[in-house]
Each structure stands twice: as C-alpha cells, then as structure tokens.
Design a protein around this ligand. Structure first.
Ligand SMILES: NC(=O)c1ccc[n+]([C@@H]2O[C@H](COP(=O)([O-])OP(=O)(O)OC[C@H]3O[C@@H](n4cnc5c(N)ncnc54)[C@H](OP(=O)(O)O)[C@@H]3O)[C@@H](O)[C@H]2O)c1
Length: 269
C-alpha cells in the first residue's frame, strides 16, 4: 500500500477557480482525486471543472458563496448526490478587500463595514464551509477520511489589519477544530493548514507589481525578508497539500505548515 495514494477520493475546493485554488484542485486531480470546484461564479466554476475533466480527471462545478451556509449545504448535497461522499475540503476562497487596507490612511479611518467584509470573507468564508463539509466527513467516520486545510497568516503585515485578524482566527480555528475532531473521531477527520508566504496572484498583483512590470517597494521589502529571495510559485503548494490529504499524514492534525521560502523564520538580520 502506498500511503500517499489518494486516488478516487472526493475533494471540494472553495475558491476553486482562483489562482491557488485552481493549482491545488488540478494538483489533486492529477493524483486521481475527484474535484468539486466551488465558487460564486457559475461560468468560472464550470470552466475550471471542464479544464480538469479535459485532463482526464473527474470534476464538477458547485455554485455557492463561501459565506452563505444555505448555499454551502445545498452544494454539499450536490456532491453527495454525484459522488456519495466528501473526503477532502480545501478552503482557498479569500483575499484582501482594498477598502479595508490602511496603506494610505490611518488604521482608525478603516470603515467598520470594510472590516466586517474582510473578516466575513476570510474567517466566515473558511469556518462556514468547514462546518458544512466536515459535518459530512464526521458522519462518514473511518475509511477515506476528511482533511481540511485553511490558509493562515500568523505574522503582522502592514496595511492589512482585518485580513491579518481573520487569518489569525483561521489559525486558531485550525487548532481548535483539530482537537475537537480528534477527541470525537480519532484520526478520521484531520484539520490542518498551510501558511503560504508570498505568491503573486490576482488578489495581490496590484500591490506587488508596478506599472512598468517591476516590483513595488512593498514587493522589494518582502523579497528582502524572504531568505530564498523570490516569490513562491503556486505549484510549490501542491506537495504539502497532497501529503496532508493522504494517509502518510494520518497522525498529523492541527498543524499549520509554512510554505514561504523561509519568510516566517527569518529575523531580518
Ligand atoms: N497569494 C498569496 O500570496 C497568498 C498568501 C497566503 C495566503 N493566501 C490566501 O490563499 C487564498 C487564495 O488566494 P489566491 O491568491 O489564489 O487569490 P485569488 O486568485 O483571488 O482567489 C481567491 C478566490 O476566492 C474566491 N472568492 C472570493 N470571495 C468568495 C466568496 N464569498 N465565496 C466563494 N468564493 C469566493 C474568488 O472568486 P471570485 O473571483 O468569484 O471572487 C477566487 O476564486 C486566499 O484565502 C488568500 O488570502 C494567498
């Protein structure tokens, strides 16, 4: 038996047509996983599912807002009627909300509703899908079991207070739910996170890439604090996620795995 074999498992990927969600979904599909691409836009979710099917894997599109429990439960029923089970949830929906940033204003001027929006997208947008799909994993019990990997950020980054608060909440939620699930269900439902460093994607391109295609000041600061001296490539997240979703990680729960070229361990000196 190959402990890394995840063939035929069923994964739901929220933000499944975003840059990181798409790479993770396609990475799992290449390993034989059936992938449900969950997102708010039907055209984009269908296009991503079609691209996965074109590679020879099984995929379906689920239209739901990651912050709407009724829509998430309906999406769960769709997966169950198609494939009968859910083994893996990847929470990749999220991102910054420009109105909630304080790069050019004081933190005291952030509109309260912008703070609500960034918190809702990143924190509720991870907790609610987890509630909807982990409930099914807990019901399934032993056998191919559930793994959930929310993204998390643990260090203070200037300008993005709400985003940081939300990601810190996800970090705590990972540890909290991992403990609860392990006490109730042993190794059947494991909860882990990856903490990506900096990857140039849709959500941050405008703050990292200057008009002339070069790096912004912020990008240069990030690179100077990243011992490997470069941004990550989304494909570099796939290996850790595959491992977390496989039986090779059967005793791993509550872990937050940094994938960041050394950013989180560098003192800056
Ligand atoms: N890029 C990085 O350096 C980095 C580093 C650490 C962590 N992360 C985290 O990784 C995750 C993915 O980021 P990314 O870089 O791949 O960004 P991205 O390309 O912008 O993808 C984000 C995805 O989330 C979806 N989404 C937003 N609001 C949603 C909602 N309410 N319901 C369902 N889906 C929603 C977006 O869909 P729509 O297009 O329909 O809005 C999009 O597909 C985010 O949580 C981000 O914070 C990124």
């Amino acid at each position: 038996m190959n402990p890394f074999d995840i063939t035929d498992r069923v994964a739901v990927v929220t933000g499944g047509y975003g840059v990181i969600g798409s790479v993770l979904g396609r990475g799992l599909a290449a390993a034989g996983v059936r992938v449900a691409v969950l997102g708010r836009r039907s055209d984009a979710a269908n296009a991503e599912a079609e691209a996965i099917r074109a590679s020879g894997a099984d995929a379906l599109a689920l239209v739901a807002d990651a912050t709407d429990m009724d829509q998430l439960r309906a999406a769960r029923e769709e997966v169950l009627s198609a494939w009968g089970r859910v083994d893996i949830l990847i929470n990749a929906a999220g991102g910054n909300v420009s109105r909630a940033r304080s790069d050019t204003i004081s933190v005291f001027e952030i509109p309260p509703d912008a703070f609500d929006e960034v918190l809702r997208l990143n924190l509720h947008g991870t907790v609610l899908p987890t509630m909807a799909f982990a409930e099914q994993m807990a019901k399934q019990g032993r056998g191919p079991s559930g793994r959930i990997s929310p993204m998390a950020a643990v260090r203070a980054l200037s300008g993005v207070m709400g985003y940081s608060v939300a990601k810190a909440g996800i970090d705590n939620f990972t540890r909290w739910l991992a403990t609860d699930m392990a006490r109730r269900h042993g190794d059947a439902v494991r909860i882990n996170a990856i903490a990506p460093g900096f990857f140039i994607t849709t959500q941050n391109r405008n703050v990292l890439v200057a008009g002339d295609g070069g790096h912004t000041d912020r990008a240069r600061k990030i690179l100077s604090q990243t011992p490997m001296g470069r941004f990550g490539r989304p494909e570099e997240l796939v290996g850790a996620v595959h491992w977390l979703c496989s039986d090779a990680a059967s005793f791993v729960t509550g872990a937050v795995i940094p994938i960041d070229g050394g950013f989180s361990v560098f003192s800056g000196v």
